[in-house]
Design a protein around this ligand. Structure first.
Ligand SMILES: [Zn+2]
Length: 606
């Protein structure tokens, strides 16, 4: 075992060297070179120096306005100053063209651009530099030369505090530098610099690096490695593909609100609350399976509407129901195959997802495609109200399940969602093509099922028709049961935002409203317990008449603690149950469905 590991490493070193040489000695070598100075952790200030090679006299430099989240965040707000000089040190004029773009002139022999930027936004979607560590999504830090965005980029870190190391999926170059073939690849590579713990393992020919930045008492590296082994093995076998040699998992387990993961082509950055790894490992498993599957779905199986990335404004796509939602569907399948999720929990989760969708009145007015298109509004509290919007994660995940069942029905069990993804991987990702949003998903689903799925897409993806769940579940011998109960009503609805649960709406006239709870408040704690998910245990356990204590953080900062008495209301909820007299055929299809496989091996279908 050890030997094969060592041999694998040697081979990778050689490959890395070849890559490095091809970057370093290519005749057209004219890499843009960045130096990020980490001299000032206490004030969260980073200084960036960009060395531009010789070229046009006039250059433009752009700092992205968005990255990671589908939200315009205007990272330029954190830039304190920008200056430029030529290669011999004479100052060059810097002219701001708009809030995120600068022009310099006199750069024909090359130029040096310098700026200072404040970085203190934590989490997988942020860029943070403090006395503990630096975690960088480089698109929030590095301007790109507009005319040279597609050329090679080199980055180094200076004034790295004593004892800190650098972890990143970027290619290592000599002299502690890192390289990427272009800006897009550079900023698709998160960077952790600090005193982290590290582990690695090989699985199915791939090498995996695990970086954890957390308190030692909050996790067990062996358990994380064991989980990752199962997830990567299940995912690569499900896709019958491993489009990388090296992949990096980067975890933060902060003792504060956290939740979420960010996908990258060769890595993922995930942050969950410190209690999760040991006390709620299923949360870590679920986010990890989702983010890992993204290396195919959205990073490689990629909608045309997101390419080429336009860093200067919103990039509208109707495909997030698939790129995000169906990634969750696939994540569940991976967990089922990995033995991390069983049938009972999977079906409970599914019914909870249906309940969530059906309870949002907007499921009759906003389609999955429109929800995708409007992702850019998710930062706005009003938009998140149940009567205004649905979640493309929620409906998309359910559509993934419905599509899986529809393809199985149409193909008489011969194909499934697995073949849809594999088809898209072969026909788009492997050919370097991007798929035309929902139309591309339909094309794939029809190609593997030999059926016309036009109505499925027009009614449930582009349209807002009620999904006839029982028609889909019948094939696997299940039916949806609706229940209506008088339930405890805390007087508000929470929805999961990218950085945790947020109050989506407060019932008019409720005790919660009288206590001062406001739409948009971020929920930090309920009855003294840190909240991780929107339908938290703490809310579920409440009875009418109980007192609820909620600690919230307002949209404009400031923690508040609120208290009120829980009321009641009628609530619809759904559960999945066996149909009467489940047939052998239904049992057989259900077994295949729970494995994410077709009923008849592919070889026999041709
Ligand atoms: Zn995702």
């Amino acid at each position: 075992m050890r030997l094969s590991l060592a041999t694998g490493r040697a081979a990778r070193q050689t490959l890395r060297l070849v890559l490095l040489l091809s970057i370093a000695i290519a005749p057209s070598y004219a890499a843009t070179s960045y130096t990020i100075s980490l001299a000032n952790p206490d004030q969260h200030l980073v200084e960036v120096q960009i060395i531009l090679p010789e070229g046009p006299a006039q250059r433009e430099l752009q700092l992205p306005v968005w990255n990671a989240l589908y939200q315009v965040r205007d990272f330029a707000q954190y830039i304190n100053w920008v200056r430029a000089k030529d290669r011999v040190g004479h100052a060059l004029a810097v002219h701001a063209l708009n809030k995120s773009r600068w022009q310099i002139t006199g750069a024909e022999a090359g130029a040096v651009v310098e700026y200072q930027i404040f970085l203190d936004s934590p989490g997988p979607f942020g860029a943070q530099f403090n006395s503990h560590h630096a975690f960088l999504n480089l698109a929030q830090v590095l301007m790109y030369p507009v005319e040279a965005r597609s050329t090679a980029m080199v980055v180094r870190f200076s004034h790295v505090p004593e004892g800190w190391r650098v972890a990143t999926p970027l290619t290592s170059l000599p002299e502690d530098r890192f390289g990427a073939e272009n800006y897009d690849r550079l900023v698709d590579s998160p960077v952790e610099i600090g005193d982290f713990k590290e582990s690695d393992f090989d699985e199915g020919g791939g090498h995996y690096r695990v970086i954890v930045d957390a308190e030692a008492a909050d996790y067990d590296m062996e358990k994380i490695d064991a989980m990752l082994h199962k997830i990567v093995a299940a995912a690569t076998s499900w896709m019958d593909d491993r489009p990388f040699d090296n992949y990096m998992f980067l975890y933060h387990f902060p003792r504060g609100p956290a939740g979420g993961g960010m996908e990258h082509s060769y890595s993922t950055a995930i942050a969950v609350h410190a209690e999760v790894p040991l006390q709620a490992p299923e949360v870590l498993e679920s986010v990890t399976a989702h983010e890992f599957f993204h290396l195919w779905n959205v990073k490689r199986i990629r909608p045309q509407t997101l390419e080429p990335v336009d860093y200067t404004r919103e990039n509208y796509t109707r495909a997030l129901w698939f790129s995000e939602g169906c990634t969750s569907t696939a994540g569940d399948i991976i967990e089922l195959r990995a033995g991390l999720l069983d049938e009972r929990h999977f079906e409970q989760q599914l019914a909870a997802g249906i309940t969530e969708l059906e309870r949002r009145p907007a499921h009759l007015t906003q389609s999955a495609e429109e929800s995708s298109l409007n992702a850019w509004l998710e930062g706005d509290a009003y938009y998140r109200r149940p009567e205004r919007s649905i979640s493309y994660y929620n409906k998309g995940e359910l559509l993934g399940v419905a599509l899986d069942l529809a393809v199985r029905e149409a193909s008489h069990g011969k194909t499934s969602l697995r073949e849809v993804f594999q088809w898209m991987n072969q026909d788009y990702a492997k050919k370097g093509r991007f798929f035309p949003d929902s139309e591309g998903v339909r094309e794939a689903a029809e190609a593997v099922s030999y059926a016309d799925l036009g109505l499925f897409f027009s009614k449930y993806v582009a349209g807002t028709d009620e999904i006839p769940w029982d028609d889909f579940f019948r094939g696997v011998g299940l039916r949806l049961v609706e229940g209506k109960n008088a339930v405890a009503d805390a007087g508000f609805i929470a929805s999961q935002n990218f950085d945790g649960p947020v109050t989506a709406s407060v019932t008019a006239g409720s005790e919660a409203e009288r206590a001062g709870l406001q739409t948009g408040d971020m929920i930090l704690e309920i009855n003294g317990k840190i909240v991780r998910q929107e339908s938290s245990q703490e809310i579920a356990q409440l009875s009418a008449g109980d007192t609820i204590t909620v600690k919230v953080k307002g949209r404009r900062g400031g923690d508040r603690e609120l208290k009120w008495k829980v009321g009641t209301r009628d609530e619809i909820s759904y559960a999945l149950r066996d149909v009467d007299n489940v047939t052998a055929e239904q049992r057989e299809r259900r077994a295949a469905w729970l494995k994410g496989e077709a009923q008849i091996p592919q070889e026999e279908t041709h």
